[in-house]
Design a protein around this ligand. Structure first.
Ligand code: PEP
Ligand code: MN
Length: 338
């Protein structure tokens, strides 16, 4: 059960609500986000919600029986839109492309990527400065200095930054240089990190775990929301299956399912989703047709020389083609009423 509180609920009205919840054996948790105050009531007893809905100080009340609640569409029917400022919006009809290298490597690479993105009307640049790598001997990123360098160039060119945060301790240092914090697949259920990201007023793109279910992804998003941050996007990036012909199995099914279960924007990552450069185009377009609100993809001037994930990274020529196809596909989807 989700109870939305009036902004000016009095202590007396609040206490009466608590008493009411206690009387029906409901455990209650108060959630205050950048937008609203809520009480989440968890209990077994079935009762008429109007008994609470008509109390003073209550704005609205909804029954949500799923394990995740605030991210559910059962209480918020309208799609959430993430506003990054300067007219850059994601979700609720606003389509975006996020593109850039797997890893930020050098100033020259940053400049070259930015030029490519600006020329092609992409407003959000991706790139990792803290890289989760299977091997500890692989390139693990330029760290905070790389982020600061990247930010200087991105800001000068009006680009927004999405980058992965791996540890709670990194959040504060990164905060001023990031427009969207990415939670990677490996950290999808790092509940301490999710708790901490719930306490910042910055959009979060939460990736699905490598073997995470849709339900687990939504419950992970609930951690962020219930700690106070409503600005969340969900990302389908492929799951591990028995198939060996490609890197991951992009779960196209998850896109319409997530959009039905949740009001949050859904992003598709075709690069990690299939992991094979020549098929990125097909699955990216499929993701948009399935309803993704944005595509996040890996692009590099010379993928063969990329420090990480070159095998799934598009060169500029391929990227120009796909950016155009994505924009047209998004428009086409609206045109046919899909
Ligand atoms: C990435 O975006 O570069 C990345 C490491 O993604 P994932 O967490 O999905 O593997
Ligand atoms: Mn990558």
């Amino acid at each position: 059960m989700i109870i939305q509180l009036d902004k000016d609920i009095s202590t007396d009205q609040f206490d009466k609500l608590q008493e009411k919840l206690n009387s029906i054996d409901y455990k209650s948790v108060k959630v205050s986000t950048q937008f609203q105050d809520y009480i989440i009531g968890v209990g077994k007893k079935d009762f008429d919600i109007r008994a609470i809905g008509t109390m003073e100080g209550i704005k609205d009340i909804h029954k949500v029986s799923d394990a995740y609640k605030l991210v559910s569409r059962k209480w918020k029917v309208k799609e959430t839109q993430i506003d990054l400022g300067d007219g850059v919006k994601i979700g609720a009809g606003a389509f975006q492309i996020m593109a850039g290298p797997c890893s930020i490597e050098s100033e020259a690479q940053i400049e070259s990527t930015i030029k490519h993105l600006v020329e092609n009307g992409v407003q959000i640049m991706r790139g990792g400065v803290y890289k989760p790598r299977s091997s500890p001997y692989s390139f693990r990123g330029l760290g905070i200095d790389g982020l600061k360098l990247w930010y200087k160039h991105a800001k000068a060119n009006g680009l927004k930054i999405i980058t992965e945060v791996m540890m709670t301790e990194q959040i504060e240092d990164m905060m001023d240089y990031v427009d969207i914090f990415q939670v990677g697949a490996r950290n999808s259920q790092n509940f301490n990190l999710l708790d901490a990201l719930g306490k910042v007023d910055k959009p979060i793109m939460l990736k699905r775990g490598i073997s995470g279910t849709i339900d687990e992804l939504l419950q992970a998003a609930e951690y962020i929301f219930s700690n106070g941050n409503e600005k969340i996007m969900l990302c389908e990036r492929g799951i591990r299956s028995y198939e060996k012909a490609y890197r991951n199995t992009l779960d196209i099914n998850a896109i319409p399912i997530l959009k039905e279960k949740s009001h949050l924007p859904v992003i598709v990552d075709p690069s990690h989703g299939i992991g094979v450069r020549k098929f990125v185009e097909s699955v990216a377009l499929a993701g948009v047709m399935a309803g993704a609100d944005a595509v996040i993809m890996e692009v590099h001037e010379c993928p063969e020389k990329a420090f990480s994930d070159g095998q799934q990274t598009l060169n500029y020529q391929e990227s120009v083609k796909l950016i155009d196809q994505l924009k047209r596909t998004s428009a086409f989807r609206k045109e046919i009423g899909a």
